[in-house]
Design a protein around this ligand. Structure first.
Ligand SMILES: [Zn+2]
Length: 200
């Protein structure tokens, strides 16, 4: 299984920071993606960063890279995790929205298997933290036709790791404990999913 980690945005993307400027989303996404990558590789997985560049790479190019892997390896042998931090506003003010969430595109697909695994992992590794769910379609993930989810051919999810414009979430995001738990959630979620897909 080829595991693709997509660190959202680029260091040149405007906005996308905490109101106090201590968290820049693109840099944080890259840090989490890199920590996750190292651990996955150490565990023997075929993992790589979809965007090793630090500048923003257009979504169309990100999708092209994912689908090139799908064509080469078969779309059931690739999974994509896009890593983000959520925000309730435009980064100029603090808000109260809180928690971790995971999105898939609309409809029931193999992406739901990946999202289910990540939610199970989040329940275990983020105790006491709000896990944002949407059960209107009988599964916990949120469905949104984000471009990178709609146009990629393999199972694909987008994770929103808490809110950078919530003071408590931000403190957790920046703590060693929070960083470790977020990375652990992604790794364990991927490993649960790989087991399910391979045995299923
Ligand atoms: Zn983002």
């Amino acid at each position: 299984m080829k595991i693709l980690l997509d660190p959202g945005h680029g260091l040149n993307t405007p906005g996308k920071r905490s109101p106090d400027g201590t968290l820049l989303e693109a840099a944080y996404n890259r840090e989490i993606a890199q920590l996750t990558l190292s651990r996955l590789q150490a565990n023997g997985h075929d993992a790589q960063l979809l965007v090793p560049e630090t500048e923003d790479i257009p979504l169309k190019e990100r999708v092209r890279r994912v689908n090139a892997h799908c064509t080469a390896l078969g779309k059931t042998n690739v999974i994509l995790i896009s890593i983000h931090v959520n925000a309730a506003g435009d980064g100029t003010r603090w808000h109260t929205a809180t928690g971790w969430s995971c999105y898939t595109c609309k409809g029931h697909t193999q992406s739901d298997t990946l999202a289910d695994s990540l939610y199970q992992s989040a329940q275990q590794h983020l105790p006491g933290r709000r896990i944002r769910t949407d059960y209107t379609d009988n599964d916990p993930d949120w469905e949104e036709n984000f471009y990178i989810l709609r146009h990629t051919h393999c199972p694909a999810v987008l994770i929103e790791n808490f809110f950078m414009d919530n003071k408590k979430d931000l403190a957790y995001l920046l703590s060693q404990e929070g960083r470790r738990a977020i990375v652990e959630t992604i790794i364990d979620g991927i490993e649960r999913c790989v087991l399910t897909l391979v045995s299923g």
